[in-house]
Design a protein around this ligand. Sequence first.
Ligand code: GGG
Length: 386
Amino acid sequence: MIEITTHDHANELISLSGAYLEQDERNLRKENMAEYKIAVIRGDGIGIEVIEEGIKVLNAIADRYDIKWDFVEFPWGSDYYFEHGQMMPADALDTLAEFDQIYLGAVGHPDIQDHIALNGLLLPIRRRFDQYVCERPSVLYPGINTPLKDKDAWDIDLVVIRENTEGEYANVGGFQYQGFPEEIGVQVGVFTRHGCERIITYAFEQAQARDKKRKVTSITKSNAQGYGMIVWDTAFERIAEKYPDIETESLLVDAACMDFVRRPEDFDVVVASNLFGDILTDIGAIITGSMGLAPSGNIDPQRRFPSMFEPVHGSAPDIMGKGIANPLATIISGAMMVRFIGEVEAAETIDAAVLKVVEEGKTLPSDLGGQATTSQVGDAVVRALG
Ligand code: GGG
């Protein structure tokens, strides 16, 4: 009897000391927990709804991988514009500079001219933080319908590396005789040798790192744009010489649009100017199922400043507030952010969860042929994290 009591007591002590050990481990893990300050700008329209699901998934992954998020929300965008006459406050960029990364939903409102929304929020952030790479992958997942015939899952697996701070989006130009019949608008495309070389170099490094087709395709329209895009083409030839193991191809943007539809499986890394990259990635999104699946990262590869992760799609005012927006592009963009900060395993877990949800096809949003709400899709991804 005594023995049994002693035995029980010993077991109790063992399990108690085990519990203390576990608690110690937990405390130690908490102390060593990486903490990241993330600025969250939901922005407009469906941006508000899809970011909700992105944060849901990021919080769920934090529990599993000992990551700590310090999310700080900024209510900037069109509503802020209606109240203050600008999309974000004058010191917004200084405020954002204090953060590790930025997580953005969407910008744009039917009552605000698009150029005001973009030039008031999105583009100044990309420029100020020298996020000169816009990385936009397009992958045809299992279970996703493509409008292209005879294409199977994984046949399309490309990434567009879009130049993100200059080119056709450089804020250079002006009006003359505005409002008069003689009105003139001048829009200058800026192509610097430095800007072309660094984005093209990044593209070659991606082709090496991906280690898939080991190919870089450069896109311009230098037969018609005979100055800036010649600087680009010449930079492409010069940089290509440094990567003799990478296959190269140069296409005019019109041919590239055709080939994204005709032979998308031939592309690996595609490097394009700011405007052409934007246009091509809409094609990339639609041939791989939907804009609702297209993620992006606006990246400063040198990590001097915060990078910004956002879905490719805009604010989609026609479906805002209906609870039917597809949050997957935002969730995958979140995974890109997680990978960028170095939490690779956590990022892979999110990607795998998205793949599982898509492949199972039970909880898909309407743009992918399902009936699930935005929030149900987010919940399904959280469950699929395992
Ligand atoms: N997800 C951010 C957003 O609203 N994007 C829409 C858009 O028009 N983007 C322009 C661009 O990426 O250049």
